[in-house]
Structure formats: C-alpha cells, structure tokens
Write a protein that binds this ligand. Sequence first.
Ligand code: FAD
Length: 469
Amino acid sequence: MDTKETKSDKKKVVAVVGGGLVGALNACFFAKRGFEVHVFESREDIRTAKVVKGRSINLALSHRGRSALKHVGMEEKIVSQGIPMHARMIHTPDGKQSPIPYGKKGQYILSVDRANLNKQLLTEAETYANAKLNFDHKLQDWNAETGTMTFVRGDGSREHVLADLIVGCDGAFSAIRKQFMRRSRFNYSQTYIPHGYMELTMPPRDGDFAMKPGYLHIWPRNTFMMIALPNLDQTFTCTLFMPFDEFDKITTGDQVLDFFEQYFADAIPLIGVEELKSDFFRLPAQAMVSVKCSPYHIGDKCVLMGDAAHAVVPFYGQGMNAGFEDCIVFDEIMSQFNEDLSAVLPEYTRVRVPDDHAIADLAMYNYIEMRAHVNSKWFLFRKYVDNFLHLLMPRTIIPLYTMVTFTRTRYHQAVERWHWQDKVINRGLFLCGTGAVLGGSYLLFKNPPNIDKIDIEKLWNRLLSFRNF
Ligand SMILES: Cc1cc2nc3c(=O)[nH]c(=O)nc-3n(C[C@H](O)[C@H](O)[C@H](O)COP(=O)(O)OP(=O)(O)OC[C@H]3O[C@@H](n4cnc5c(N)ncnc54)[C@H](O)[C@@H]3O)c2cc1C
C-alpha cells in the first residue's frame, strides 16, 4: 500500500480510541500533522468483517462534514459516492407529495452510506506511514495521570499502552468519558427521548428508485414520523421514529399492515406487503440518547470528540457533521497555539462546548419540528417568508437551517441570530397585518360597498375555510 510521508520529526504519540466516523477522520488529521497515531477500535476491521453491526445505514452529510473531509483531501471522493437531496418531500396522509427546498437553488445535503464512509476513512488513515490501526482492542480502563490505557482483546488477553495524548472518539457510551465522570467539576447530563427508531428497506422498482431520489422523504404524523433517504443501490432506507409504547402495541404482521394503511398507505406497495410484515420484526426499535458534558479535556492528556463529547438526537442530521467539525476546530486551535497541548486542550473546551450544546438543543427542537410543525400552515408560511427575505437580503436574513447546514457559522451564534431574526420578522409581519387591516378599514369607510350585493353567507364560509391557517 502507498503510504504518505509527513514532516514527522515530532514523536508525540496520539492514541485515538474508537475507529468510527470521527475517530477514523481524526486519525487523518493527527497523522497529517506528523504525530505517531494509534487508533484502537473494539470491533473487528469492518472492511473485512462479514457482518457490520451499527447504527443508521445512511446519513446526511452537509457543509461542516464536507469541510472537514476537504482538510484531509477526502471531500471529492465521498461526495461522488453520495446522492444529493435538494429538498424535503412531504408525504401527506392522503398520499400527496410536496417539496420544501433545503435552501437556495443548488444547495443540497448528501445521502451517504455510513459503512462505506467509515471504511474509506480507515483506508485513508492507513495511507499515512505514521498511523497504525488496531482492531479488536476494547478500552477497558485508563489512567488520567499517566496516560496508560488497558485494552482487552477478543481472546481475553490484555494490553497496556501509553500515549502522550488520548483522543476519546468512542461514541455515546464512551469508556474514556468514564474517567471524566470520576472527577470533580465535570458536568454531565443524558436524556433518552421516548421515541425509538426502526429501519425498513424500500427496494428498487423496475430497476429504478421507487420514489424520486433527489429528496429526503418525510411522512410527518405529529407524534411519530417516517423518513427515507436514497442509497446508491437504488433502494431507500426508511426510518420510522415512534414512541416505544406505540412500537410495543404492534406485535403481528397484520397489525403492522393496519398501522401502515392508516398512516403511511402510499409506502406499502413500495416497501411490499410481505417485506413490511417481516422487516418490522427483524430488529427491535433502537433508543436515542442526547448527551451533554463539560469540560471536554483533562489537563494536557485527554480530549473528547464526536458522540463521546456530545451525542445528539438525529433530527437535524448534524451528529456526524458536528463531530467532523470538532476535528477541524481542534486542528485550527493546534495551529493557533503551536501544538502546545497544555494550551490547546482548555481552549478547545472553551470554544467548542457552547457550540456542541447549541446543536444538541437544536436537534431536540427539530425532533418536534420535523414530525409536527411541517404540518402547520403557519410554519410553512414562515419558511417561505424567511426564504424570500433571504433572497432579498442574503446577508441580513439567513434561515436557521441554512446557517446550520450550509455554513460554518458557530452553532451557538446561529441560534442567537435565529432568535433575533425571528423577533424582527414576526414584528414586521404584525406591522404589515395591522397596516393592512387599518388601510382596508379606511378604504371601506371612505367607499362603503353596496351591502345588498354581498353574499354574506358565502363570505362567512370563505372565512371559516381559513381558520386553520
Ligand atoms: C438513526 C440515526 C441517524 C443519524 N443520522 C445522521 C445524519 O443524517 N447526519 C449526521 O451528521 N449524523 C447522524 N447521526 C449521528 C451519527 O451517527 C453520529 O453522530 C456519529 O456516528 C458519531 O460518530 P463517532 O465516531 O463519534 O461515534 P460512533 O460512530 O459511535 O463510533 C464510535 C466507535 O468507537 C468504538 N468504541 C466504542 N467503545 C469502545 C471502546 N471501549 N474501546 C474501543 N473502541 C470503542 C465503536 O465500536 C465505534 O466504532 C445519526 C444517528 C442515528 C442514531
């Protein structure tokens, strides 16, 4: 295999614990800087494994994630293997479909295959002569004072490893984070939402996608929802998000069918009746957790990144993107402080915690927006107003979704700006409404209509038809 030579006069050892999406990418960032990098992953090598267990089959990659991939020269390769999604396609209960664009013309998010992305990042990390991947190494414990880690292998043997810097990228249930929990002044909170998720496959139809592929399809049904992202093999992966109580009520194939007939009737022929009845019981619904903590570092020895630092619910499509952005932010601070870890680590906590907490909160907010608000006419009206104002004043009014998904505006600043814009736009709409009522009243007063010519009953019925707006 070709390996990249780096300016490797530095011999500091960086141990990246977890070879998932963020760990594998981080290995490239540290290797590029010339550190001696060792990745320790508890699973076997997913590139050769027969069965790859894990979470969602595909994910939405957007600007922040792409920027991080660009830093290590991987953006083009990954983008070429993704499917652009320009809009959400809303499926109503009666089977109608209507698109809501994600942003301006030409702006899109990408549906990418999780396993393939992880494999490509691992392969990229291996191209550096100073990076080594160690699979079947499960971190059991580590010592914050000495930097010694203990790994357990599949055969039960143990290995002790020493590193100058430990980077915890071992996911939402991080073993690295356990040491943080034992320390004073470490803040931690975790919330399981009442919803679980289940993935169902929609096969191709007549050799093509069963639905339009350029969209993220959404069936919002208030207390629950289903989404579908396209895959390169022309399947869609549908993900049903629903409270566990509701999942528990469905115990037979016929009940699955009844439930789908009531809420997702248009999806039944596309998934297939028999497939739906069996797929539903293939795996139990999975839980979703939101984790916030602070600080992200211990001295100059250890730092948390990705889900280990901030697991977020998946409703903003930002978990991985935020984790990838962690890698760039850390890298930027490394340059700023000349790789002095005793200064870099506290600065990383200072800069990154408010942003990761903001995206965790936004993801919780979208948990409601995606399944309930997109059904509301006021919400849709406001989306159009926001997009229209953004067209008129692209630098002054920027929709929240655009800031989060298509820019690297710091998450917490995006939230602050969103609140300010919301206040200004709502006030503007109120003033326009008041102006229209006053103006209309004045005109009516000046030119009173001939009341005999107005069909009052018809007018009343027209007004009633607007009551849901
Ligand atoms: C249903 C769903 C849909 C999602 N959709 C999106 C999306 O569209 N867009 C998006 O940006 N994000 C999405 N996410 C979030 C995204 O999956 C995560 O944010 C991302 O996987 C985090 O990467 P990570 O590397 O930090 O953690 P993980 O992907 O969890 O990787 C952690 C790695 O550490 C290893 N590990 C764990 N413990 C140990 C140990 N003790 N020793 C050694 N290794 C260990 C694990 O085996 C794993 O390989 C979604 C999440 C879910 C659940």
